[in-house]
Structure formats: C-alpha cells, structure tokens
Design a protein around this ligand. Structure first.
Ligand SMILES: Nc1nc2c(c(CN[C@H]3C=C[C@H](O)[C@@H]3O)cn2[C@@H]2O[C@H](COP(=O)(O)O)[C@@H](O)[C@H]2O)c(=O)[nH]1
Length: 324
C-alpha cells in the first residue's frame, strides 16, 4: 500500500463524513480562477533558499550532477528543522522564522551541531542556546531530536544522507522510511474507528529537501507531485478566511475564542483532513486551467499568504500537539 495514497484516501473518507468543516466548492473555484488570471503573467514559484530563515549551502548555479547537490549539511538542517517544526502558538511571540533563524545561526557557528551523535545529547538548555529563548514543550522537542539521532546511528550509520538515498528518489518511499524509523513523525489518528494519515512533518521534510536542492541530488524525487499539502494550523486559517473552508457554528465559536481543540478530536481531524482535500481540489482546478502547480507549491503559496496576513486573520485553531 502506497503511503501517500493512504493519506489521500483516508482524509477523503473524513471529508465525506465531516460535520464541522465543509468545502465551499464555488468559492474554491472562484479563488483559483482569480489566482490563475492574476498570475498568468508571472509564474509563482517560491525559491526555498531565498527565505533568509533557511540554511542552504547548495550552489544552485551548478548543473544537476554537481556534488553540491549531495551536500549533507543542508539535509541535516532540514531534518532538525522539521523535527521541531510544530506547535509554536502557545508562545504568542514565537513564529516559524524564529525556528529557522535559530537553527541557521547554530549550524553556521558549529557545522557539527546537528550530527547524529550530538542530537542524542540535546537538552532543554542546549535548545535554549539554539534559539536564545525557551520553546514550548521543550523536553518533548528534545526527545524527538534524540530519537532521530538514535535511529540514524542505529540504522543509517548516523547519516541523514544515507537515509535519504535509501528511498531511491521516491517521495512516497522517503515518507514511509521517515515514519518507520522516526516515531515522532507518525502523524496519524483514528476518526470514527478508521485510521487517518496526515504525516505532515514527514511530508514537509521531503518538500523542504526538494525545495532546498531544487529537485536535484538529495532533493530529486520522481513522484514529488504525489505529496499532499502539509496539514498545519496556518493553511486552514487562510482557507477559512478565503471562504473555501466553512466551520460549523460550534467549531467557529471554539476557534474564534482561541479555545483549545483536543488532539484526535473529530473537530481537529476534520479541520486537517478537509484542508488536505481542499488543496487537492485546488490543484485539480489549477491544472485544468494550464496552471501547473504541485500540492506543495499551493501549500507554500497559501502558507506564505497566511503569514503575510497574520495580524488581520481571525484566529487559527489551537491543538496542543507534536505533529504540526
Ligand atoms: N502547511 C505548511 N505549514 C508550515 C510551513 C512551514 C514552513 N514554511 C516554509 C518552508 C518552505 C517554504 O519556503 C515556506 O516558507 C511551517 N509550517 C507550519 O506552520 C505553523 C507555524 O506557523 P507560524 O506559527 O505562523 O510560524 C506550524 O504548524 C508549522 O509547522 C509550510 O511551508 N506549509
């Protein structure tokens, strides 16, 4: 069974039964057509490394076969980034770019900081040095990093590059390997008795590799178009603002009052699963209008739009989790 197919099919089952979250197809189509009209003139392709909160030592002027696309240091940055890339909202002043900047600064100061034999020794004090601040749920974040370090040492000679190469350029296989060996990436739940797979941090790890290495070397995947969007708390927020997602009155009240929604609750799973399906539908509308965008590119576009409107958007949902 293909793991990316499992994500698509299991989130579709939730979408069909969802009570608190619906897709407004008319608004979805309208928003997509508006985007196609606006952007026909300029292709919208985000350059991952152009974000100054990302570390990237890949020389992107080199041709595809160049050894620079095999540089492991950027992959070490990305696995640590996506191990920690979750649940910033309990600290209202904490955002994703603090995560990226802290890790970038740490790696520039000490290129061995993210070696597997260092990850197994990470403590909350070390984490505080990396970010010059406490992160919410610091003990658990350290455990997640230690787990990655131990798994790399035990199964991949301590090398993230070896783990990536074992997927033989398949995004699907790499998501499967990451969730198999790094238990903290096993982002799945049960909805009405059926298992639902989101695998957000495992998928975003592949997406970040593809972005950083520009689809070459360690970022080359023959099936990158099969990744889904990354089910976080920012994209559903912007989709709701765009009128593409509609929440029930009960859910709206909880979200707008910034009340926590329990992890694994039907409301939480419906928000995440319906968001995955909404972006799948958007991708199909774009592709039907000669606007070829991957689900991950639509995700980055929506995420970036949400980030740009942070102070003007109604609240996002708040679930205390390690998965997103
Ligand atoms: N769906 C989706 N979720 C994403 C990202 C990213 C990182 N994006 C960069 C990486 C590649 C591109 O170049 C992007 O610039 C973080 N997140 C999630 O957002 C939330 C944090 O939000 P805030 O509290 O506002 O910082 C949190 O759940 C985090 O896991 C993404 O791309 N897609």
């Amino acid at each position: 069974m293909d793991v990316l197919e499992l994500i698509r099919s299991s989130t579709d089952v939730v979408c069909q039964q969802s009570k608190h979250v619906k897709i407004n197809d008319a608004n979805l189509t309208k928003e997509c057509h508006e985007f196609v009209t606006q952007h026909k003139i300029k292709a919208h392709k985000e350059i991952w490394a152009d974000n100054d909160f990302h570390f990237c030592d890949v020389d992107r002027t080199q041709p595809a076969g160049h050894p620079t696309y095999q540089s492991e240091l950027t992959a070490k940055f990305i696995i640590v980034l996506d191990c920690l890339n979750h649940c910033f909202w309990p600290d209202e002043s904490l955002e994703y770019h603090h995560l990226g900047n802290g890790l970038k600064r740490t790696l520039l100061a000490d290129s061995k900081a993210f070696d597997a034999d260092r990850l197994i020794t990470v403590t909350p004090e070390i984490l505080k040095q990396w970010f010059d601040r406490e992160l919410p749920n610091a003990e658990e974040r350290c455990r997640l990093l230690q787990e990655v370090g131990h798994a790399l040492i035990e199964h991949f000679n301590g090398s993230i590059r070896e783990l990536i190469l074992s997927a033989k350029n398949s995004a699907s296989k790499l998501v499967d390997i990451v969730t198999r060996y790094f238990w903290g990436f096993r982002d799945s739940t049960v909805y009405k008795g059926r298992q639902v797979f989101l695998y957000k941090r495992a998928q975003i790890f592949v997406g970040d590799l593809w972005g950083a290495y520009e689809g070459k070397g360690l970022g080359h995947f023959n099936d990158i178009e099969r990744l889904t969007m990354f089910a976080d708390y920012r994209v559903p927020q912007i989709l709701r603002e765009m009128g593409i997602l509609e929440y029930s009155e009960e859910l709206s009240k909880l979200v707008d009052n910034k009340q926590e929604i329990p992890v694994g609750s039907e409301m939480e799973v419906e928000i995440r699963a319906v968001t995955v399906q909404a972006v799948e539908k958007m991708r199909d509308v774009f592709n039907a209008n000669q606007c070829n965008l991957l689900a991950l590119e639509i995700d980055w576009m929506l995420w970036g739009r949400g980030e740009a409107m942070l102070d003007r958007l109604p609240p996002h949902h708040r679930t205390f989790t390690i998965f997103y």
